[in-house]
Design a protein around this ligand. Structure first.
Ligand code: GLN
Length: 487
């Protein structure tokens, strides 16, 4: 029983359903694992042991009585700190929410609980999901399990590191411009950014509402597919939710590699040689299996980063206005005037990156500059969406590296925000277009650091992505072993 924590998602699921071990035994083993390695990884912002073990024992009871809530009853899942869990702290890794306990569950949380999942709150993140390295957390820096002097990616770095270091088999993250796919890539696991509107945002603390989506990260594809099938589907409490049923894996037709048309990119100087090499090796393999590779023109997507940062900062400046020390957020300077209370609560509560973005967003939304920046960015966003429509009129799926480099060193990019923003060069356009994309591990570099492939599909074609990823994974055996120190 000692090593249940080592199991990947599929093994956890089958072991629970065959009665090989109980949800309690599993949760206890994961707990030992967390206590042993998390002091080095720092993936969790708090240790909710009692809460977890109670949920696990309720699940054990249900299974013992032959009444599991579903085939998922007892499966542990990490929860990012910007997804509301009732009565639990939900701080978005920010000081301004340090005492915030959510009075309600996010829709995704409710759906997981209905099926019996055991929640493991709260994984670390960049403050309000703004960042690409998890270094913007107000509380701690999460490290990459493959090399603890490096970042795990961000902003869902806590979720990715927790999964990669076997502290949970699957976790939820959120992705506004790459925050599920990029950490998944840098930590050698699978991560899905679903089609915009397929997963409810109710109870996800908003960063940029027109881009944010919740999605799963897992060590194997099955975890991503299962969790997506549970959390997707119409939610009347989210006005941007699509009128669709939850994803049904049984209706998925399999995709054959033979004859499949795959859009590929020419490598640029921004992509590191080792990432480029792993990418081209996968393409060679696919070609040998009969896939047709079509080189696409990605030049228009080159503007995705500036468009993204105008839209995302504009939306965040508006969304974060509710944290004023009165409606939300810890209150400072009670003795001063009302204005002083606002100013001190926000000045003390927000970290430097969040402040930078509120300033940028307020500027681009201001009367004198709206047309020049925000208005133009919105028009350019439409062109990005059309560009993707053009791609998918020619190919079935688009393949790119997820991240231009493997995991960088802690502190390497913190003094230069533009360098940090460039970590998202291959992921932001996907959110602007609202299409689904997934990162999967395809190998590692000469230092043993994971490399990921991003597979992007047309709107609502998650099933096509899953089926392709399944065929591809079985051909490349992407299992990437952790170093001894953490294994
Ligand atoms: N790194 C990007 C940003 O800082 C994306 C973040 C995200 O997807 N939440 O905005």
């Amino acid at each position: 029983m000692k090593t249940l924590w080592k199991l990947d998602y599929s093994q956890v699921k089958s072991g629970l359903n065959s009665g090989e071990f109980t949800p309690t035994e599993l949760a206890e083993s994961l707990w030992e694992r967390i206590e042993a390695v998390d002091p080095k990884i720092k993936a969790f912002l708090s240790y909710e042991k009692e809460f977890v073990l109670k949920a696990a024992s309720e699940s054990t009871e249900r299974r013992k009585n032959g009444k599991p809530l579903s085939e998922f009853d007892g499966i542990p899942i990490g929860i990012k700190d910007n997804i509301c869990v009732a009565n639990m702290l939900t701080t978005c890794a920010s000081r301004i929410l340090e005492n915030y306990r959510s009075p309600f569950n996010a829709t995704v949380v409710e759906r997981l609980l209905e099926k019996g999942f055991v929640l493991f709150p709260r994984t670390n993140m960049d403050e309000f999901a703004m960042g690409s390295s998890t270094e913007n957390s107000a509380y701690q820096i999460t490290t990459n399990p493959f090399d603890t002097t490096r970042i795990p990616g961000g902003s869902s770095g806590g979720s990715a590191a927790a999964v990669a270091a076997s502290m949970v088999p699957v976790a939820l993250g959120s992705d506004t411009g790459g925050s599920i796919r990029q950490p998944a890539s840098l930590c050698g696991i699978y991560g899905l950014k679903p089609t915009y509107g397929t997963v409810s945002r109710y109870g996800l603390v908003a960063y940029a509402s027109s881009l944010d989506q919740i999605g799963p990260l897992s060590k194997d594809l099955q975890g991503v597919v299962d969790v997506y099938s549970v959390i997707s589907g119409k939610d009347p409490r989210d006005a941007s939710s699509r009128n669709i049923s939850p994803y049904d894996p049984s209706k998925q037709q399999s995709v054959k590699i033979q004859g499949l048309k795959l859009g590929v990119m020419k490598m640029t100087s921004e992509i590191s040689p080792e990432v480029a090499k792993a990418y081209s090796e996968v393409l060679e393999k696919l070609k040998a299996e009969g896939a047709e590779l079509v080189e696409l023109d990605f030049s228009k997507l080159g503007s995705a980063i500036p468009i993204y940062y105008i839209i995302a900062t504009a939306e965040c400046s508006s969304n974060l206005s509710r944290f004023d020390g009165i409606r939300f957020g810890s209150r400072k300077d009670l003795a001063g005037k009302l204005e002083d209370l606002y100013v001190s609560s926000r000045s003390e509560g927000f970290g430097p990156e969040v402040k930078r973005r509120i300033l940028l967003g307020t500027f681009s939304l201001s009367a004198g500059y709206y047309d020049a920046y925000y208005g133009r960015a919105q028009k350019a966003r439409v062109l990005i969406r059309k560009e993707y429509e053009g791609y998918f009129s020619k190919v079935d799926l688009v393949l790119q590296p997820t991240s231009p480099t493997t995991a960088f060193k802690i502190g390497e990019k913190t003094s230069d925000p533009i360098q940090m923003y460039k970590a998202d060069i291959l992921t932001t356009s996907v959110n602007l277009a609202g299409v689904p994309a997934m990162s999967l591990p395809i190998g590692k570099d000469s230092q043993g650091l994971p490399i990921g492939l991003q597979v992007t599909g047309p709107v609502l074609e998650e099933g096509k992505i899953f089926s392709f990823v399944q065929s591809l994974s079985s051909r490349i055996d992407p299992k990437i072993d952790l170093p001894d120190t953490i294994r």
